[in-house]
Design a binder for this molecule. Structure first.
Ligand SMILES: *Cc1c(COP(=O)(O)O)cnc(C)c1O
Length: 403
């Protein structure tokens, strides 16, 4: 259940994971965030909430998503590989798990207007979808540069009735859209709920989003029991932008040290090229978008522009739960370059007939380096489908090198 707790890795009452997390927010935002903090656990625990959440996940989103044994991929890597098919969710990625949860929460708080930030547009589409489903007004902030780069998703949001507002400041990408959304929330505190799209932001967002996404590992446990007669794999692999699909896939295994958790960040053109989004490799602790976490920053604390071929991983920080998993050593953080991800995405397409999102392709690429044994079980969280990335895949002509 989404109310389950974890001994060492669950958030504290004050919103911390170890030394990371908290709510570093402007005073003007305090009443909104504090109200949310004081009610979210009780609302999520209500039987009527749970019943509505799980029935929408089943009948609208299409859960449980399959845990698919990838035979040809397994034969190639000489281990047992299962793919958790979040790409088969309605709207094509895991993000809808969170937006369904938050829209139900917003309704119970009496909110009539929803705002969100989006980078690649996937979270914007998932939010616009949930708003259409509930008949709520939806405004999505998106960097002006991203609006140009991600036109199909902009059109999907508009088709669903959302208003897409360009963020014109800074680099005109995700972090600027996030700033604009926070400004909007300060101006419209009473009727508006802000749906954040990953396990980032001030407490209680990282915990709330983790709980909604934890349905992923909840299902993996039941599915492994049925298919393998065991409750846990040897490895769970997931890509990390802000870290919501990874948090959901890791959650119910956090206290089981027999399960190796592997978080894969975007190395971009290479960790030391100046064009990278590998936050744990390059970052230091600091405050970003309301929480203490690892972020890429200059000597004097200015945020460094991240770079990744995949818009969903192009973020200069990680959620505080991941900062803690990294600092404590509970999860391993690795990075994969643009080229390695492109090759892995094409390889999965040809091997299993599944075109993965470029974000997901980073997790798949790590299979090359994992070195799992024949009898071991590896679960890769297939966070989303790759239709949106076809152009990028086609333009990069590289093939997988021979073993
Ligand atoms: C948004 C997105 C991601 C990255 O976000 P997380 O919060 O790190 O999960 C990964 N994969 C897909 C398909 C996405 O749409």
């Amino acid at each position: 259940m989404i109310t389950a707790t974890s001994q060492n890795f669950n958030v504290s009452d004050l919103g911390y994971y170890g030394q990371f997390g908290g709510a570093y927010i402007p005073e003007m935002l305090y009443p909104n965030v504090e109200h949310l903090r004081s009610v979210y656990l009780d609302i999520i625990a209500e039987p009527s909430f749970q019943e509505e959440f799980y029935s929408l996940l089943r009948d609208y989103v299409g859960r449980p998503t399959p845990l698919y044994y990838a035979k040809r991929l397994s034969d190639f890597y000489k281990t047992k590989i299962y793919l958790k098919r979040e790409d088969l969710n309605h709207t094509g990625a895991h993000k809808i798990n969170n937006t369904i949860g938050q829209i139900l929460l917003a309704k119970r708080l009496g909110k009539t207007r929803i705002i969100a930030e989006t980078g690649a547009g996937q979270h914007g589409v998932a939010t616009a979808t949930a708003c259409a489903l509930m008949g709520l007004e939806c405004v999505v902030y998106m960097g002006a540069v991203d609006i140009e780069r991600q036109k199909p998703n902009v059109e999907r949001m508009q088709m669903l009735g959302a208003k897409v507002v360009p963020a014109m400041s800074g680099s005109q990408t995700l972090k600027d859209a996030t700033n604009e959304a926070m400004r909007d929330w300060i101006t419209n505190p009473t009727d508006t709920h802000y749906i954040i799209g990953s396990v980032v932001g001030p407490h209680p967002y990282p915990d709330m989003v983790t709980r909604f996404q934890s349905v992923i590992s909840e299902e993996i446990i039941a599915q492994l029991r049925e298919k393998e007669g065991c409750e846990a794999p040897d490895y769970v692999l997931a890509c990390v932008g802000g870290g919501s699909n990874a948090a959901g896939a890791f959650y119910h295994f956090l206290d089981n040290n027999d399960v190796q958790l592997i978080a894969v960040e975007a190395g971009g053109k290479g960790v030391n090229t100046g064009f990278s989004a590998a936050t744990t490799a390059l970052g230091k602790p600091g405050v970003l978008h309301g929480s203490m976490t690892y972020l890429m920053q200059t000597q004097d604390g200015q945020v460094v522009e991240p770079f990744s071929i995949s818009a969903g991983l192009d973020y200069p920080g990680i959620g505080p739960i991941h900062a803690h998993l990294f600092a404590s050593g509970r999860a391993r953080f690795e990075s994969i370059t643009d080229d390695e991800a492109m090759i892995a995405g094409k390889f999965l397409s040809r091997t299993e007939g599944i075109i993965p999102a470029l974000e997901t392709a980073h997790a798949l690429a790590y299979l090359e380096k994992l070195g799992a044994k024949q009898h071991e079980i590896v679960v890769v969280n297939l966070s989303g489908r790759g239709d949106k990335d076809l152009q990028t895949y086609i333009e990069g002509a590289q093939e997988r090198p021979h073993h």
